[in-house]
Write a protein that binds this ligand. Structure first.
Ligand code: GLA
Length: 726
């Protein structure tokens, strides 16, 4: 039993293989948090201490006892208005204008299997793999009910949290803020690890000591954003890759979010993960409900590496869905950096011919194939094939590509409209725009109101018509601006940011149901919506618009803290690189791109014969290692922000095979030797270097490391395959 309840003292215990989580309903019905961390066995309510604390008020229930204060006690779901002056998980504005909601326990249920959420992505598991705890809390005065949902995946060491809010009262209320998870710690000094960035430079790791006050990250952009990823780690101050305690929180949502970490007056820590409160005032009429998106929680007592491994497994096996969850992904060549907007059917056919000769599985026709779309100033929304530009129908093009033995994929950006488009001219009221104000433009395009079913239905039909025009086996779903004008012609204001995201999910779900054999790749100017929510629909996401191998090392390093390599779209592009102007060898570009779903973003005709042979070889190697990369355990071996090299490893579950990848970052005169220490091997087994034939004990490689060659080159890279012999 992963979930236990002790009736006599009203303690709930959630146990996974290596972690425990405990909470308690106190004498007054408040739900107090007791513990989350490594596995424990007793009742942790002995951790609660009560002292008279000045200026920390006391609930009236306790009479004259001044030692009981919600401002000090650890809680499961802290609410504004009951004497806890720290950050709240929930703020309810009542019909009378007051901000208060006094949630007390009214009951609970323990169920087999993992709960799901209406209209929202959520971790899933077989009935035997998970249990669900539902705890019902209610505010008597307003009738607001919060059902706290806990999903426990025992073997996976994962606990998920979500909340369903329901107005069971007579009057409408407004949800002003709603988190799905709160972690309160009565003790501990923590660092916060967060992942900041910008377009083409996403998910840089920042590690900061949590001090008094609130450290907050979030998004108000309508998407989860390039700027802050909706996932954080709270680590003991001395935690490293391989040792120490750390907690991860991953928000399964693709829109505005808020994560707040606060160290309070008594050196206690609270971390909240949930919906962004700005641009959110969700009216909840009588009997109406609101599902707060899920947060995935995980604790590791063996450092960040173990934490990442657990998240990778959870996302890969309990969040990603569909046929491609378990299948090799096609090696694809995307037309974007090869041709941008300048192509016709012949260009694509040529690409197909040259990719076929190289062994690439698929070409993807990126932006520019529809409506009037010669650049990024027009045409979005007009999802009709520009046959004049292509010089043929889409069906003909696909058939010609297929006849080269190459699959065909296509790019779409369904959420957008250009002002210069037939769609906008016909339905100017379909965009998000504040009445009486000029819109904020982003990439010279406006955002369609995807909170509206009629708008979605129309676009869905248009997209389906395209997908019916031939054997399309892959769709890249893009989203290329932040949402600024939050106002809908139909949806209640205050609900728009949330309903927009649910609209995107609804569209994606319909697409998945209708075309289960199409591989969907998410994208938002690269990694602007790289989050666990999208991964429920698209098993891979274009990691960044930056294809520079050196920058990618950092971007992919940051991405690896939560997201598995199977989720990372990564391609070899031309040099000098289009984003940085840097030239890195083809070999190094290949090694870096092989840390994910591999592909190309260049015109093969511009390669020399020697380079073409090298590409062929890369594809052969990648196919050999594809399963290891997609399903193997991933280890970070160095920090690209600090070390002279970046190294990582994939190790098969049975430790029989491993692939070590190393990129040297520094070159100086009379260069020192870098020894890379491996991880995850079986210590007492012998491994053979598949290329050199040299044999090593696993322990030797892990304890003493492997010396990297000193070569007079810039950024040389090495891939070493190790095969267990005995
Ligand atoms: C975004 C994507 C690119 C490409 C362009 C097309 O920037 O991230 O990969 O598809 O749009 O306009």
């Amino acid at each position: 039993m992963a979930i236990g309840y002790q009736r006599e003292n009203r303690i709930f215990t959630l146990d996974t293989a290596h972690t425990s989580y405990q909470m308690k309903v106190d004498d007054f019905g408040f739900l107090l948090h007791l513990y989350y961390g490594g596995r424990v066995y007793g009742n942790m309510d002995y951790l609660l201490t009560c002292y008279d604390r000045g200026f920390s008020g006391n609930p009236s229930d306790v009479g004259n006892d001044r030692t009981y204060s919600m401002d000090v006690l650890p809680q499961e779901y802290p609410v504004m208005g009951v004497g806890d002056f720290r950050n709240s998980a929930l703020i309810i504005r009542n019909a009378d204008g007051s901000d208060c909601c006094d949630l007390r326990y009214i009951g609970h249920e323990i169920k087999k299997g993992k709960y799901g959420l209406p209209g929202l992505p959520a971790v899933y598991a077989d009935a035997g793999e998970a249990e669900t705890l539902e705890i019902c809390l209610e505010d008597k005065v307003s009738g607001v009910r919060a059902t706290l949902l806990y999903g426990v995946l025992e073997d996976a060491d994962i606990i998920t949290r979500s909340v369903i809010l329901e107005n069971r009262g007579e009057n409408s209320v407004t949800v002003e803020k709603a988190a799905s998870a709160c972690l309160d710690f009565v003790t501990g000094r923590f660092d916060m690890l967060s992942f900041y960035g910008r377009h083409t430079m996403e998910r840089n790791l920042q590690r900061e000591e949590l001090r008094h006050g609130t450290y907050a990250i979030g998004s108000r952009r309508g998407t989860s954003s390039h700027q802050y990823n909706p996932a954080v780690i709270l680590a003991d101050r001395n935690t490293t890759e391989d040792a120490g305690g750390c907690y991860g929180m991953v928000f399964v949502y693709s829109g505005n979010f808020l994560c707040e970490a606060e160290r309070d007056q008594y050196d206690q820590t609270r971390v909240l993960m949930g919906l962004q409160s700005d641009l959110f005032h969700y009216p909840l009429a009588k009997a109406e409900k609101l599902a707060v998106p899920e947060t995935i929680l995980c604790y590791s007592d063996r450092g960040l590496g173990m934490l990442s491994d657990r998240f990778h497994n959870c996302i890969r096996e309990h969040l990603c869905r569909g046929k491609f969850r378990d299948e090799p992904r096609p090696v694809l060549l995307n037309s974007w950096e090869a041709a941008y907007f300048t192509f016709d059917g012949q260009t694509l056919l040529k690409l197909a011919k040259s990719t076929a000769a190289l062994g690439i599985d698929m070409i993807v026709m990126d932006d520019g194939w529809f409506g009037k779309r010669e650049d990024d100033n027009s045409g979005l929304g007009d999802w009709q094939v520009n046959e004049k530009k292509l010089g043929c129908t889409l069906r003909e093009l696909i058939e010609n590509v297929n006849s080269e033995g190459v699959k065909f994929g296509i790019w779409i950006e369904p959420e957008m409209v250009s002002e210069d488009s037939e769609l906008y001219r016909t339905h100017p009221d379909w965009v998000l725009q504040i009445p009486g104000r000029e819109p904020v433009r982003g990439r010279n395009q406006l955002v369609l109101d995807f909170s509206r079913a009629d708008v979605r239905d129309y676009i869905f039909e248009q997209i389906c018509e395209i997908l019916e025009q031939g054997k399309i086996e892959y769709v890249k779903w893009d989203m290329n601006r932040s949402i600024a004008d939050v106002f809908s012609g139909e949806t209640a204001q205050g609900k728009v940011t949330y309903q927009y995201v649910l609209g995107v999910y609804d569209f994606l779900e319909r697409l998945l149901q209708k075309y289960p054999d199409i591989l969907l790749e998410g994208c938002s100017g690269g990694g602007g919506r790289f989050d666990a929510g999208m991964l429920y629909y698209t098993p891979q996401i274009w990691c960044s618009d930056n294809t520079d191998a050196l920058d990618r090392l950092r971007i992919q390093y940051g991405t690896s803290f939560f997201y598995p390599a199977s989720a990372v779209g990564s391609h070899v592009s031309a040099v000098p690189n289009h984003q940085t102007g840097r030239s890195v060898s083809l070999h190094t570009r290949g090694v870096v791109a092989m840390a994910g779903a591999f592909g190309f973003e260049l015109d093969p005709e511009k390669l020399t014969a020697e380079e073409k042979a090298a590409v062929r070889e890369q594809i052969t190697q990648y196919k050999k290692w594809e399963e290891l990369i997609r399903r193997g355990r991933y280890y970070r071996l160095s920090d690209p922000f600090a070390a002279a090299y970046t190294a990582w490893m994939f190790v098969s579950k049975d430790r029989d095979r491993a692939l070590l990848s190393v990129v040297m970052l520094e070159m100086h005169g009379n260069m020192t030797v870098s020894y890379v220490k491996l991880k995850g091997l079986d210590a007492v087994s012998v491994y053979r270097d598949a290329e050199s034939g040299r044999r090593y004990y696993g322990a030797d490689l892990m304890e003493a490391g492997l010396p990297m060659p000193v070569e007079q080159k810039e950024y040389p890279a090495y891939q070493i395959e190790l095969i267990k012999e005995m």
